[in-house]
Design a protein around this ligand. Structure first.
Ligand code: ADP
Ligand code: MG
Length: 449
């Protein structure tokens, strides 16, 4: 049996996982202010701020929450939602933040106190983005404008954007941070309430405007147009703008061209999936922050399991720590393997990644066929697609170079090796190619992104 004292900790870990599984606004609205109240006889009581939240969670997220808790605790759990009238002792970070926020920021989402430059671990995957963000934060409005950071989910974009925010606040700048989703909602409400002037003035008064996840504007013409005017006005007045996006400006094809070209006129930089050393350094930093001591072999094990998403990496570390606490055991690689068993399953591709599948996916993304890739065709596009297929087969399967060559029209292993090196080097300079390859990988491992 598990004592009720650990329910708080279990729930914090569960929230870490739920944060990965539900979208951000859903998390913020329904889950962020919940706490673990008690856990006894397979009944887990979750404290919520009011009956509205209790009803919503009960109706819509009960089974998701039960699954997460069952996974964590290793046996069936039933949840119960209970309204806690008094302020929870250990509220989630969101409510903490709201209480300590300076009043002029209170209407806007607040910065996560953990998202600072100091706590950001730099590796080759994010060095350029980090340098650019720091440079912008230290030379507001006099540096590259806008700064545009893009990349896959969970790779530190929001962290860097908020780090700029923290630094700007210390310079007493008037900082506005908003997700594109929120900006859209506010805009719609402003139209409804006939308050578009106030809306415009609010955003145009900023010294520093930080917009997160700009891809949300895609296809929302009116909002994007409105944002364009705000952008231009701030830009002309040398106010600093920084933006994050799930994809590059070129790939935001549903945004107005003139907005995209404004983005391209600033500094565009990306964050990539971390390499093994960086993953290890991040795990080390996160366990230091938590004040837990975990041996290098366990950290290495976790770093091997989770490769594409730093948020998931952190979630896995939390899970291993919580699991060890529950079992009152020390953390060993075996225990970590048990704790991550079903996460690893979940993150494993749902389909087996075979050479044939990769050839098909690459061919599709180049609008060619598998037959083209295996053929003798030597036009530029087919050659490139073939090289990308070779690159991905070497990266994503255990096939030897000879095997890969055979799959692609009986080509020599030297050709495969050259193609691999060429693509590995080209993606460091060619953002379009990198996007394309990332897109193919996302299709293979949807849950990792
Ligand atoms: P994104 O906005 O790209 O989806 P986030 O900025 O939300 O990703 O990052 C996800 C989580 O991973 C956050 O908790 C963040 O602090 C952490 N994280 C990401 N990159 C780093 C890094 N380089 N060093 C330390 N923590 C990081
Ligand atoms: Mg983000």
């Amino acid at each position: 049996m598990i004592d009720t004292g650990s329910s708080e900790q279990i729930w914090v870990t569960a929230l870490g996982e739920l944060q990965i599984q539900v979208n951000k606004s859903n998390y913020r609205t329904w889950l962020a202010k919940t706490i673990g109240v008690s856990y006894q006889n397979e009944r887990f009581v979750i404290g919520v701020p009011n009956t509205f939240v209790a009803e919503y969670l009960d109706k819509n997220q009960r089974s998701l929450i039960e699954n997460v808790l069952t996974g964590l605790l290793r046996h069936e759990v039933q949840v119960q939602f209970q309204v806690c009238t008094k302020e929870p002792n250990a509220p989630s970070s969101y409510s903490n933040r709201e209480k300590t926020a300076p009043p002029q920021q209170a209407r806007f989402p607040l910065f996560n106190p953990k998202y600072t430059f100091d706590s950001f671990v730099v590796g080759s995957c994010n060095q350029l983005a980090y340098d650019a963000a720091l440079q912008v934060a230290q030379n507001l409005g006099h540096s590259d404008n806008p700064l545009f950071i893009y990349g896959g989910a969970g790779l530190g974009k929001t962290h860097l954007l908020q780090a700029i925010g923290h630094t700007a606040l210390t310079q007493k700048a008037h900082v506005l941070y908003v997700s594109a989703e929120q900006f859209t909602n506010e805009f719609i409400n402003a139209i409804r309430d006939k308050k578009t002037r106030e809306f415009r003035e609010k955003y145009r008064s900023a010294d520093v405007l930080l917009v997160d996840d700009i891809q949300f504007f895609s296809g929302k013409e009116q909002t994007a147009e409105n944002f364009f005017h705000t952008f231009d006005q701030l830009h002309n007045a040398n106010r600093q703008i920084a933006i994050t996006s799930g994809c590059s400006p070129q790939a935001l094809s549903l945004l107005p061209d003139r907005l995209r070209s404004r983005f391209e006129g600033g500094l565009v930089t990306d964050v990539q999936a971390p390499d093994f050393e960086t993953r290890l350094a991040i795990l080390q930093a996160k366990s230091d922050q938590k004040g837990v001591n975990i041996s290098a072999d366990v950290l290495e094990f976790i770093a091997q399991q989770i490769q594409q998403n730093i948020r998931a990496l952190e979630g896995s570390l939390n899970r291993v720590v919580a699991y060890a606490r529950l079992l009152k055991s020390t953390v060993t690689p075996e225990l970590a393997a048990q704790a991550l068993e079903d996460i690893a399953d979940k993150r494993a591709p749902t389909i087996a990644i075979t050479p044939g599948l990769l050839i098909e996916r690459v061919a599709d993304s180049f609008r060619l066929t598998a037959i083209d890739l295996k053929s003798r065709k030597r036009d530029k596009e087919t050659v490139l697609a073939r090289q990308v297929a070779m690159y991905l087969m070497k990266q994503e399967t255990d096939c030897s170079l000879t095997h890969i060559g055979k799959e692609l029209g009986d080509r020599d292993h030297h050709i495969v090796s050259q193609a691999y090196k060429k693509i590995a080097s080209d993606i460091t300079t060619d953002a379009g190619l990198r996007d394309k390859i990332l897109g193919i990988k996302q299709g293979l491992y949807p849950t990792n992104y």
